[in-house]
Design a binder for this molecule. Structure first.
Ligand code: PPS
Length: 297
């Protein structure tokens, strides 16, 4: 194993330095948002066949998929996406107030949880999982601005410092590499659809069709056009229910819907950072048969 990868593994084993995070079964959670009690309970939640779970590592296209799934289930009617925040329409199951057990079916959910912390009943192939992955260099940059922007989060010292934390997994939901490796390795235990942010960018209509087929919803062309219209980046950015305008900000540097592009990492990574990231990526992903799109072209 190369020295970068060794360094990564050693640092990832270190616990975090303050009580901003707590660890639960190896995963970092922000103490002000999550509780161990709730995480313990949700492993035992009952699952219905009609439940849908969007699963993402943070900053991989979660809100986009929340919007798409809301619109698919409303047959393209934008009323709900224009009047209710995404986290109410498609709540995070790991947030204690999500009220998962009591919600009526079909329950549309989202989670950033690693594979080993989701409700165990999902492995009985109840419910459906849509996993959205994004190239981790863009995830890192998006996450950096998110931490700069939202009052809820500790501000990164600077980009190089955040870069180190990200590759070491000293961030919420821990390490990108572990998240995707675990989920991908266990995907056949679930009703599972794998999509990437980049394939959605390059062919959204085909991705929406795939999702419709997976969840068993048929939309005619007119309804599909409406889904496409209301999940456009520029339309979502102007929609306060999608752009989380109500959440306290500490800086105008960034936005929830910030750039929405592929390859923004190129404006932030130095050559040395990019090479180091590539070495770690190759080492950590060597047995994962996934190709990522890193550039616009
Ligand atoms: S979170 O906090 O984990 O829920 O964030 P998440 O929604 O996963 O990721 C936010 C990034 O997704 C981009 N985004 C979109 N890109 C293209 N099209 C649409 N419609 C769209 N909606 C959200 C958003 O801009 C964030 O990426 P960056 O690179 O920061 O712009």
């Amino acid at each position: 194993m190369g020295s970068d990868a060794n360094r990564f593994l050693n640092r990832a084993r270190m616990s975090t330095t303050n009580d901003y995070y707590f660890q639960y079964k190896g995963c970092n959670f922000v103490s002000t948002i999550y509780t161990k009690e709730h995480l313990e309970q949700l492993e035992h939640f009952q699952i219905h066949d009609t439940d849908v779970f969007i699963v993402t590592y943070p900053k991989s296209g979660t809100i986009w998929m929340q919007q798409i799934i809301s619109l698919i289930y409303s047959d393209g009617d934008p009323t709900a996406v224009q009047s209710k925040p995404a986290y109410e329409r498609v709540p995070w199951i790991e947030v204690p107030s999500s009220n998962f057990p009591a919600r009526p079916s079909p329950r549309l959910n989202v989670t950033h949880l690693p594979y080993h912390l989701v409700p165990k009943a999902l492995k009985e192939k109840k419910g459906k999982i849509i996993y959205v992955a994004r190239n981790p260099k863009d995830v890192l940059v998006s996450s950096y601005y998110f931490h700069m922007h939202l009052a809820l989060y500790e501000s990164p010292k600077d980009f190089p410092d955040f870069f180190e934390k990200f590759i070491d997994g000293r961030v919420e939901f821990s390490c990108w590499f572990d998240h995707i490796r675990e989920w991908y390795a266990h995907k056949d235990e679930f009703n599972f659809l794998f999509l990437t942010y980049e394939e959605m960018k390059k062919g959204l209509r085909a991705s929406v069709q795939k999702i419709c087929n997976f969840v068993g919803r048929e939309l005619d062309d007119e309804k599909l056009d409406s889904v496409m219209e209301h999940c456009r980046f520029d339309i979502m950015k102007k929609n306060p229910m999608a752009n989380y305008e109500g959440i306290p900000k500490k800086s105008s540097d960034g936005a929830f819907l910030r750039k929405g592009t592929i390859g923004d990492w190129k404006s932030h990574f130095t050559v040395a950072q990019s090479e180091m990231f590539d070495r770690i990526f190759q080492e950590r992903m060597k047995d994962v048969p996934l190709e990522f799109i890193w550039d616009k072209e």
